[in-house]
Design a protein around this ligand. Structure first.
Ligand SMILES: Nc1ncnc2c1ncn2[C@@H]1O[C@H](COP(=O)(O)OP(=O)(O)OP(=O)(O)O)[C@@H](O)[C@H]1O
Length: 300
């Protein structure tokens, strides 16, 4: 896959503060990346560097092969951005708002209705002033604005904060569709649980530095956190061999097993399926991995 965004040793200083430190990574076409980190970790700074709104103090940022701060305007036209807090002119209608941004971006507005439909804003709502919109509707309008010009790279800062579960699902369906079309989607978020099944790759940042970067599977392999195996025996009581099992209040047996021992233990446990009433396997979550990599930082 071709790289759409490339950071090489990019650092950004504000006086004594190093908002990003020696950041290097490449994002590919059709990849959905979760950018996660505590408040102040440097996520927004990274997004601003990719947008060309700020320039790195040292190192380089390339978007579609160009410096986004000085390069061709055509490159910036292919970038879509949804800021963390969207604020629109309250007296303009949704339609007027979108037309305004389309003019700024110098893109055609001929497909406006299609865009509204894509983000789930009814034509009737598009003709109403933004001040009458709910938080979810404003977020949808923000997303429609970010989608102007069919971006090849979409940078979304906390896109689902304040959205109800139905809107979130809707939003992620759209992301899946864009991914299929080859768009690079970078989502900066604190909502680790909802990102778990949606991001192809996770980049964890802490105090301006990248501390982990990979698919969930790759991060699990690196972290070597145990998998939890939980069983309910058919006879209710009884015990199992092969690991250090503990009994839960509900009468289940649970063991935390190292990645290299997982398959062997499962083989043993399922050797006689008639003994089992239930079996559950819980892999480390993104929350667990995030905590693991951050803790690693503290002990360094
Ligand atoms: N314009 C600026 N001037 C001075 N310091 C800044 C500026 N922008 C960001 N910083 C500092 O750089 C660091 C990284 O900030 P950034 O906004 O990138 O973090 P973030 O990960 O996006 O945080 P949040 O999740 O709270 O949005 C912080 O210490 C912040 O105070």
């Amino acid at each position: 896959m071709t790289a759409t965004v490339e950071l090489t040793g990019a650092s950004k200083r504000y006086g004594k503060i190093e908002a990003t430190k020696d950041m290097s990574f490449a994002l590919k076409a059709g990849e959905t990346i979760a950018l996660v980190g505590h408040n102040g970790a440097g996520k927004t700074t990274l997004i601003k560097l990719m947008l060309g709104l700020i320039r790195p103090t040292t190192g380089s940022v390339k978007v579609l092969g160009e410096d986004p701060a000085t390069g061709d305007f055509a490159v910036r036209q292919r970038l879509g951005y949804l800021p963390e807090s969207v604020s629109f002119h309250m007296t303009l209608t949704g339609r007027e708002t979108l037309a305004f941004y389309a003019r700024l971006k110098r893109v055609a507005v001929s497909h406006m209705d299609m865009l509204f439909e894509r983000v789930g804003l009814a034509p009737e709502a598009a003709n109403r002033p933004v001040r009458t919109y709910s938080k979810g509707m404003r977020q949808r309008l923000g997303l429609a604005q970010a989608l102007l010009g069919e971006p090849r790279i979409l940078l979304l800062d906390e896109p689902t904060s304040g959205l109800d579960p139905a809107l979130r699902r809707n939003f992620y369906d759209l992301i899946t569709e864009l991914r299929g079309g080859g768009t690079t989607v970078l989502l900066s978020s604190h909502a680790l649980t909802e990102l778990e099944d949606r991001a192809d790759r996770v980049i964890i940042v802490n105090r301006g530095a990248k501390i982990a970067d990979g698919t969930l599977d790759e991060l699990r392999k690196l972290a070597r956190l145990p998998t939890r195996i939980s069983v309910r025996l058919a006879n209710g009581g009884g015990s199992l061999e092969g690991a250090s099992w503990s009994r839960t209040a509900e009468g289940r047996l649970e063991a935390n097993v190292a990645p290299e021992d997982k398959i062997a233990l499962l083989r043993e446990v399922t050797g006689d399926p008639s003994m089992l009433a239930d079996l559950a396997i819980t892999e480390p979550t993104l929350d667990d991995l995030y905590a693991h990599f951050l803790n690693g930082q503290k002990t360094q």
